[in-house]
Design a binder for this molecule. Structure first.
Ligand code: SF4
Ligand code: SF4
Length: 471
């Protein structure tokens, strides 16, 4: 039976409920008037239920799709303005005991070299990332209790935070590692991680089991209930995601929103972020093996409807997507982008040589500086802000600030301060000119006079060589 407060995955991600919601969504999506009512409801920014959101996703009327896109843009601007938070993945190890059929790191793939970074190698990767200008990382590692035990992950986090090169520092480490125990989540929390990210891949239990034939990840309940254990372990910022293309998109879209509703119902806090990866070619993996892979057009609709359904949740898009698709979804609700990414172990130091061990092929191969320049040219403010977690604004504290709209008083000036740092320390001369122009034009838009004055003061201090200010 469907029970969003249940501790059991088969009850909070209930198969019958998903099928019922999908049928209803297909039927209701033909009712133009009702779809317009839902669009109007989403403008109140209180979110939508999973059946309501699925109804919008199933709507194929071009005129209504345009209205959904326009509303997504409106909501995005209201909550996130023109800021885009930047981050990069850091792959620590591609040893893995799982059998995920869509990932080249699966245990039985003998084509790729296996590698685990030493602490010294991690330090060098972090310096390379710092020298690009990154402040926020997403740490990635396969599941392998012998090669990548929790102690290794904790030691690596410590190495990352303590590595300093010139003015560089990594100020927020988000962690994407396998589902684990409450005690291990507690230790990750104590190590000062930002968001704990775990993709569900697919919510369809039978397909999940077929796609994960062996290894600890093959246990659907263990994986699906991981966020509950993470929250019980004190981590209150969690990131959800499905890998679109593994299963039918509608089923997984509904499952994802039910998961968000479950966390909100049980812990009072929904997901901090939602990522929208989709099947991507890599060694041993071809797109043709996945008949459910989704088109660019559907991908954009998914992002837009997510923006309407969960207005307070950050949406993340990686370099799996091409520059053209990223440009499109940026307007529809995406709030975080990766840039200059390498998806292989040791890729930032070794460069392209190691790309044969990449977890997925990168479509957007631009450097971070090129992406920053592109964002500036398209009217966005690239932000390297990491302030909230460092100020203790996490979980329900963070959500109440977002819901009241007050978070904008922090995000806006922080975006300018961290962009200024980037321009001073890492930007090419051309990007620096465009960035300074952006800062000058945006400073005056900070609503509160006092905040504006403090931001102007801090910008001058950064110009004078000081670093790391935040609201
Ligand atoms: Fe291992 Fe993760 Fe790849 Fe699965 S997706 S094989 S758990 S690295
Ligand atoms: Fe994110 Fe908080 Fe910075 Fe805003 S102030 S960009 S919510 S870390």
């Amino acid at each position: 039976m469907y029970d969003k407060k249940s501790e059991r995955s088969v009850e909070f991600i209930n198969d019958n409920e998903i099928r019922k919601a999908a049928d209803e969504a297909r039927r209701l999506s033909r009712d133009k008037e009702y779809v317009r009512e839902l669009i109007a409801k989403s403008r109140e920014c209180k979110g939508l239920g999973h059946t309501e959101a699925a109804t919008l996703l199933e709507c194929d009327d071009p005129e209504l799709i345009t209205e959904i896109f326009d509303t997504a843009k409106e909501i995005k601007e209201r909550f996130y303005g023109n800021r885009i938070v930047m981050f990069a993945p850091l792959y620590l190890s591609n040893y893995c005991v799982n059998g995920c059929v869509y990932c080249p790191y699966h245990l039985k793939n003998r084509h790729i070299p296996r590698r685990k970074l030493t602490q010294e190698e991690i330090r060098r990767e972090v310096i390379a990332l710092q020298d690009m200008g990154h402040k926020r990382l997403a740490l990635e590692a396969g599941e392998d209790p012998r090669n990548n035990p929790l102690e290794y992950i904790l030691e690596s986090i410590d190495t990352i935070y303590s590595t300093r090169h010139r003015n560089g520092s990594i100020r927020r480490v988000n962690v994407n590692i396998a589902a684990t125990t409450i005690e291990s989540y507690r230790r990750l929390h104590d190590a000062g991680i930002g968001t704990y990210i775990l993709f569900q891949e697919t919510y369809h239990k039978a397909n999940y089991e077929a796609l994960h034939p062996y290894g600890p990840k093959s246990d659907y309940a263990w994986h699906t209930e991981a966020m509950d254990r993470a929250m019980a372990g004190g981590i209150d910022d969690v990131g959800l995601g499905v890998l679109y293309g593994l299963n039918t998109y509608l089923y997984d879209f509904i499952g994802l929103l039910m998961h968000a509703e479950h966390l909100e119902a049980r812990f009072g806090v929904g997901p901090h972020t939602i990522s929208v990866p989709r099947i991507c070619p890599a060694d041993d993996i071809s797109k043709e093996d996945f008949p459910n892979s989704i088109s660019d057009e559907l991908f954009c609709r998914i992002v837009a409807v997510l923006r309407l359904a969960v207005p307070y949740t950050g949406i993340i898009v990686s370099t799996r997507e091409s520059a053209a698709v990223r440009a499109k979804v940026l307007e529809l609700g995406v709030s975080q982008l990766s840039g200059g990414s390498r998806t292989s172990v040791g890729g930032y130091v070794d460069g392209e040589d190691e790309e044969d061990s990449a977890q997925f092929d990168i479509s957007d191969r631009r450097t971070l500086d090129e992406i920053v320049g592109w964002l500036l040219d398209t009217g966005h403010i690239p932000s390297f802000c990491t302030a909230c977690y460092r100020e203790g604004r996490t979980g329900d504290r963070f959500m109440s600030l977002v819901k009241s709209g007050n978070i904008a008083n922090c995000c806006g000036p922080n975006a300018l301060l961290t962009l200024k740092e980037y321009l001073m320390d890492y930007a090419s001369s051309d990007v620096k000119v465009r960035g300074e122009r952006m800062i000058a034009s945006q400073l005056g838009t900070i609503g509160k006079l006092k905040v504006r004055e403090i931001a102007a003061e801090k910008l001058q201090l950064i110009e004078n060589g000081f670093r790391d200010f935040r609201f």
